[in-house]
Design a protein around this ligand. Structure first.
Ligand SMILES: Nc1ncnc2c1ncn2[C@@H]1O[C@H](COP(=O)(O)OP(=O)(O)O)[C@@H](O)[C@H]1O
Ligand SMILES: [Mg+2]
Length: 259
């Protein structure tokens, strides 16, 4: 049965998609059959793996609307295949689908993604969900579907801004719709060891989250920003880069933590 990890933070630009794509890639490389679910209508995880809207007949929005089965929309990354890596692509229609999801009887509307994932969970070792930068119904669905949350925080100003609100939401979700939800870990992203700011912020994040913080930090690395425009994961673009090494270490830590 797949372990489901949702990568979440309601702030944009903190490295959620970069983390989702590259964690999924290195879990796959470690021999784990992995499904990356792109659950942000912006579709950056899909395009980052070279899967464009025009290449796919149906996306996750058809699944949440009940017009397709999850297994029927799953594809393999287009530019360079990776044996164990699969993708459930999305597009902007997911934003419209959310309106229809809201019309569903409460509380069913929180479990639409969870129900879809349950239909394929036995076929994968890991399912990684990339979520939207907001505390929307889509995001709540992605938390309801998860066993674990992975929280990337950018080691720059205001790293912890919004975190209290996020944790309140997570607590509400644990009290109600997903009591077993666990925080897998907090990941420091875009870390620049040359600046004192980065290390100050990391220290602050460690004070707050203690041993929940992953040992590995993700460095600011231009190769990580370039890879998506080539439609491949960092390990397929420049596997010797600092970014690649860091995300490989993250996958190792994740494998250790879910044991
Ligand atoms: N460690 C990093 N080093 C350099 N650029 C990064 C790094 N992580 C992410 N980026 C870039 O920063 C931007 C935001 O990252 P992204 O993963 O899309 O964040 P989010 O999904 O949280 O909005 C993207 O352009 C991405 O390529
Ligand atoms: Mg994103």
């Amino acid at each position: 049965m797949a372990k489901v990890i949702t990568v979440t933070n309601q702030k944009g630009g903190v490295g959620k998609t970069t983390t989702s794509v590259n964690l999924a890639f290195y879990l796959a490389k470690a021999g784990k059959k992995t499904l990356l679910v792109d659950f942000d209508p912006q579709g950056n995880a899909s395009s980052g793996l070279g899967v464009k809207e025009k290449d796919v007949a149906k996306t996750i929005s058809a699944v949440v609307l009940g017009d397709a089965e999850l297994k029927d929309i799953i594809v393999q990354p287009a530019k360079k295949k990776c044996k164990n890596l699969y993708l459930a692509p999305t597009n902007v229609e997911l934003a419209d689908s959310e309106v229809n999801m809201n019309a569903e009887e409460s509380p069913d509307k929180f479990f639409i993604l969870k129900k879809a994932i349950a239909t394929v969970a036995k076929d994968y070792d890991f399912i990684v969900i990339d979520s939207q930068p907001s505390l929307s119904l889509l995001t709540v669905n992605s938390m309801a579907a998860a066993n674990y949350l992975l929280l990337p925080v950018q080691t720059e100003y205001y790293a912890l801004e919004g975190v209290a609100e996020l944790l309140r939401t997570v607590n509400d979700i644990k009290k109600g719709i997903n009591p077993k939800l666990k925080l897998l870990g907090v990941l420091a992203t875009m870390y620049d060891k040359r600046t004192s700011l980065s290390s100050q912020v990391l220290a602050e994040v460690k004070r707050y989250f203690k041993d929940k913080v992953f040992e590995v930090t993700i460095p600011r690395n231009v190769r990580l920003a370039e890879a998506p425009s080539h439609g491949v994961a960092i390990g397929q673009y420049d596997r010797f880069s600092k970014g690649a090494k860091a995300y490989k270490s993250l996958a190792d830590e994740v494998l250790e933590r879910v044991k």
